[in-house]
Ligand binder design. Structure first.
Ligand code: XMP
Length: 519
């Protein structure tokens, strides 16, 4: 174990691993894996190492879309970290270390891609503690290392990749050309643990419990007696931020929940009830009529989104301005929203923000207590705070709400029909334990009427479409293969129970080429 940190502080300070991002698609995954070891880490652009940060105990260099020979390749000055911290280079990170120290890197053959098995492995190397002899690793590189620098030695190879891993004989530097962060590297988790815990000396103290404790203390110290306003959306992130802040500063936090009239059935009332029940100071603003009035006759989805976005900000601001002496705007921004991702030009692209800006003259400071958390950590923190499971594991719901599930123009009657049908579908998913098996579900209301028959009479009413998808990130999605008997029951219940509907369809399109929402 390497102790680079001053020993008095060593036991007191938070520890962190820095992941220098050279632009790989899997950089965030490295961060996730380190956090899963209960170790705090930050992902920073390759050229932004925090030189004076005493909390750093180790550095990981990520992969990159570039070759070390590319003119635009990201080049970091490693002299600021060498000898000071243990370093682990991954893929491009490994090639970069080799290339900048007199080793050689050349274009790789196609055989160096995909699953491989280690054929030699230096079991005495601390990085490989507990590894299986022929452990499977995942390679994904365009270049390969053909010679390692002097003073370094090979510690693993595969049939096709001679220098699958190497280490320095004089410094705490390790490098692997495979990706320990991806699922296909079967001992990848072990390798990262060996580095983070075994080599860097992580105390593995990062946990939802420790986060809640330290964040409440930090918020109390930072906010003192200041007043804070937060826009609640009913979604997971803003809810967790609200409860965390409420525990820290009590009624100095005011949460504003705007009803745009396009929420799920009874959602407005239940959000107010649930949060008040958790001790959160919440103000509900029912602005439905204002939204309906401006949306009247609007059929273009983008236009709907724009109107709702603008009115939402106006309504929120109006209410926030009523809070006397408010100093802070709190947001449920989470880590993936803010990671400065590198684009191919080498410039960093900055974050997006959730809530539209409050008037400049209010001069509010921004408070983002979840800004270092990944989504699943937010959920764990939420559970730790005592927020009901049902709320924490809700399906995603779009900001413009049901407006983009009512095809064409919106009126109160359409909203009523859709809310009733949606409630039947969602309640049935919960009743039959299917809710957690799908990523997202909802109902779409079609604009035209269809012919049906009821008793001796013909009916001419609306058709609805059930939509349920499985997904892991909403970028791609498959239609959920729900049991026919379940769909039959939901269809019956909707046609019998929702006035104005005589036909129910099920959407069997995947994304791509379809999208999850219909508008
Ligand atoms: P699509 O329909 O593009 O949706 O496959 C992907 C995810 O994004 C949600 N979605 C939205 N969320 N405002 C939002 O806050 C929007 O305008 C919006 N449009 C789509 C959608 O529900 C799904 O989770």
């Amino acid at each position: 174990m390497y102790h680079f940190t001053n020993s008095i502080f060593y036991t007191l300070m938070q520890q962190k691993i820095i992941i220098l991002d050279f632009g790989s698609q899997t950089t965030q995954l490295i961060g996730r894996r380190v956090r899963e070891l209960n170790m705090y880490c930050e992902i920073l652009p390759y050229n932004k190492f925090p030189i004076d940060d005493p909390e750093v105990i180790g550095v990981i260099l990520s992969g990159s879309p570039f070759s070390v020979y590319d003119e635009k390749a990201f080049k970091a000055d490693l002299s600021v970290i060498r000898g000071k911290y243990p370093i682990l280079g991954i893929c491009y990170g490994a090639q970069y270390i080799a290339y900048t120290n007199g080793g050689n890197v050349e274009p790789a053959g196609s055989r160096e891609y995909g699953r491989q098995n280690l054929t030699t492995i230096d079991k005495s190397c601390p990085l490989f503690k507990g590894f299986d002899d022929n452990s499977q690793v995942w390679m994904s590189h365009g270049d390969t290392i053909t010679a390692i620098p002097q003073g370094f030695k090979r510690i693993a190879s595969t049939e096709d990749v001679h220098f699958a891993a190497y280490e320095s004989e004089t410094e705490p530097i390790w490098a692997v050309q495979f990706h320990p962060e991806v699922f296909h590297t079967t001992d990848g988790k072990k390798l990262l643990e060996n580095f983070v815990v075994g080599i860097c000396g992580s105390r593995q103290e990062w946990s939802p419990e420790s986060f809640v404790k330290s964040t409440i203390a930090e918020l109390q110290a930072e906010l003192g007696n200041d007043k804070v306003v937060l826009g609640l959306s009913g979604g997971v992130d803003s809810s967790v931020a609200a409860v965390l802040l409420s525990k820290a500063i009590g009624d100095n936090l005011t949460c504003i929940f705007v009803n745009h009239g396009l929420l799920r059935k009874d959602e407005y009332e239940s959000v107010i009830r649930n949060y008040s029940g958790m001790g959160v100071h919440i103000i509900g603003v029912d602005a439905s009529d204002k939204f309906y009035a401006e949306l009247e006759g609007v059929t273009d989805p983008e236009q709907k989104r724009k109107i709702i976005g603008r009115l939402f900000v106006e309504t929120f601001n109006e209410e926030a301005l009523k809070i006397k002496d408010v100093k802070w705007l709190a947001q449920g921004t989470i880590y993936p929203d803010r990671i400065e991702s590198l684009n191919i030009t080498g410039k960093t692209i900055k974050s997006h923000h959730n809530v539209g800006g409050l008037p400049e003259e209010m001069n509010l400071k921004l408070c983002e207590p979840l800004k270092w958390l990944f989504k699943d950590e937010v959920r764990e923190v939420g559970l730790q705070l005592g927020i009901p499971r049902e709320l924490i594991f809700r399906h995603p719901f779009p900001g413009p709400g049901l407006s983009i599930r009512i095809l064409g123009a919106i009126d109160k009657e359409s909203v009523r029909i859709l809310q009733d049908a949606d409630a039947i579908f969602i309640n049935a998913l919960r009743k039959y334990d299917l809710y957690d098996k799908v990523w997202q579900a909802g109902v779409i209301l079609l604009p035209n009427k269809t012919v049906g028959v009821m008793g001796d009479e013909r009916t001419y009413e609306r058709a609805v479409v059930l939509r349920a998808v499985t997904s892991s990130d909403a970028m791609t999605a498959d239609w959920a293969d729900l049991p026919h008997s379940f769909l039959a029951e939901v269809s019956n219940d909707i046609i019998r129970g929702v006035k104005g509907v005589n036909r129910v369809c099920y959407d069997i399109s995947s994304k791509p080429p379809a999208t999850i929402e219909w508008e």
